[in-house]
Design a protein around this ligand. Structure first.
Ligand code: AHG
Ligand code: MN
Ligand code: MN
Length: 318
C-alpha cells in the first residue's frame, strides 16, 4: 500500500520548489487547516450543545448572524492573529479589516468563516472560504493578485481544497488520525457539464438576456440537472467535480449589484476554478480583474465549466 500524503507533507513539498521560501506560507496554510479542524469538531456536536440558532445580531449586510458564524469567525481570527504570518485579516462578519499590529506578517487573509449559514440548523453542508494575498500598499487588491485560495468543506466528510496557482488539490480529513490526506490530486473541472445551480426564486427580477439564457438551457439538449443548496461553496464543489455552472446574477428587484461578496466568495472561488481549467465571469468581465472599491462590495457571478460559462456569456453579450 502506498503511504498517503498528508496536507502538511504536500505543502512542504510544494515549497521546496521555491528555494528562497522561508516557510511562512506553509505555516499560514497549516493554521487555516488547524482552525478548520477545530470548527469541524464543533460542527460535529451541533445539536447536542447549544451552538445552533441565531445570535440576535445582524452583520454588515443586515443578515442575521448565526451562532456558528460567530464561533467560526472567532476561531479563525484568534488562530490567524496570533500567527506571525498575517499582516491583516478581513472577514465577511467584521465591518473593518483587522490589522495585526504586533507582528510584521507577510500575508493578507480574507475569510467567509461560514458559508451557507442558513443550512447550519438543518444539518446540510457548509464551508469556510479563504483567500490569501501578499501584503502590499493597498489592502484591497484585484483577485488575480491572490497567492492562494481555497475552502474547507464540512460535508459527508471534511475536505480541504486549495490552489496556490499550481493546480487545485483536495484533501480529506481522516478523523481517526486527525489528518487531512491527499484524496483529489490535481482536480480538473470537466469542460462541460449538465448541472446548473442558481436560485430561480429570483427569476422575476431577471432581465431579458438572463431569462433567454435560462430558457435556452432547458430546451433542445440533454437533460440538465438543477442543484442548489444555498451554500455556494458546496454547490461550487459539486460543479468543480462534476461540471456545470453556478450562477448568482444581479437583478434590479432583489440584488442590483449581485448578492455574493467579491472579496470573500466570488474572488477566491473564481481563482480556484480558473486553476482547475474552468471559468468565471460577471457583468463587468473577469471578476479577478476588478479593483475593489470597498471591503464588502458585492458582485454578480457565473462560474464553472468553460463551455457552460461561455454559453452564458454569449447571451449576456447579446
Ligand atoms: P453566507 O452563509 O456566508 O451568508 O452565504 C450565503 C450565500 C451563498 O453561500 C449562497 O449561495 C447564497 O448566499 C444563498 O442565497 P439565497 O438564500 O438568496 O439563495
Ligand atoms: Mn458566504
Ligand atoms: Mn458567511
Amino acid at each position: 500500500m502506498n503511504k498517503p500524503i498528508s496536507l502538511t507533507e504536500f505543502i512542504l513539498d510544494e515549497e521546496k520548489r521555491f528555494p528562497k521560501a522561508k516557510g511562512n506560507f506553509t505555516l499560514l496554510l497549516s493554521q487555516l487547516e488547524y482552525a478548520g479542524k477545530i470548527i469541524a469538531s464543533h460542527l460535529r456536536k451541533a445539536g447536542l450543545v447549544d451552538i445552533l440558532g441565531k445570535t440576535g445580531e445582524k452583520n454588515v449586510y443586515e443578515e442575521e448572524v448565526v451562532k456558528l458564524d460567530q464561533l467560526s469567525n472567532d476561531i479563525l481570527l484568534q488562530t490567524l492573529t496570533s500567527s506571525q504570518q498575517v499582516h491583516a485579516v478581513a472577514s465577511e462578519e467584521l465591518e473593518d479589516i483587522h490589522v495585526v499590529e504586533k507582528h510584521n506578517g507577510e500575508y493578507l487573509v480574507f475569510l467567509d468563516p461560514l458559508d451557507g449559514s442558513s443550512n447550519v440548523d438543518v444539518n446540510l453542508t457548509i464551508g469556510t472560504i479563504f483567500s490569501i494575498y501578499h501584503r502590499s500598499d493597498s489592502l484591497l487588491q484585484p483577485g488575480n493578485k491572490q497567492v492562494a485560495s481555497g475552502y474547507i468543506l464540512y460535508g459527508t466528510s471534511v475536505m480541504f481544497v486549495y490552489t496556490s496557482g499550481k493546480g487545485v488539490h483536495g484533501f480529506t480529513l481522516d478523523p481517526s488520525i486527525g489528518t487531512f490526506l491527499l484524496s483529489h490530486p490535481d482536480i480538473r473541472i470537466p469542460d462541460e457539464g449538465d448541472i446548473y445551480s442558481l436560485s430561480e426564486a429570483n427569476s422575476i427580477g431577471f432581465d431579458g438576456p438572463m431569462t433567454s439564457y435560462l430558457q435556452s438551457m432547458k430546451q433542445g439538449r440533454k437533460q440538465l440537472k438543477a442543484r442548489y443548496s444555498g451554500t455556494m461553496v458546496a454547490d461550487m464543489h459539486r460543479v468543480l467535480l462534476k461540471g456545470g455552472i453556478f450562477l448568482y446574477p444581479s437583478d434590479p428587484v432583489h440584488y442590483p449589484e449581485g448578492k455574493l461578496r467579491l472579496l470573500f466568495e466570488v474572488n477566491p472561488l473564481s481563482f480556484l476554478i480558473q486553476h482547475a481549467g474552468g471559468k468565471a465571469v460577471c457583468r463587468r468581465g473577469n471578476p479577478l480583474e476588478i479593483t475593489p472599491e470597498s471591503l464588502h462590495q458585492r458582485s454578480d457571478i457565473a462560474i464553472g465549466s468553460r463551455k457552460n460559462v461561455e454559453e452564458y456569456e454569449s447571451f449576456l453579450n447579446g
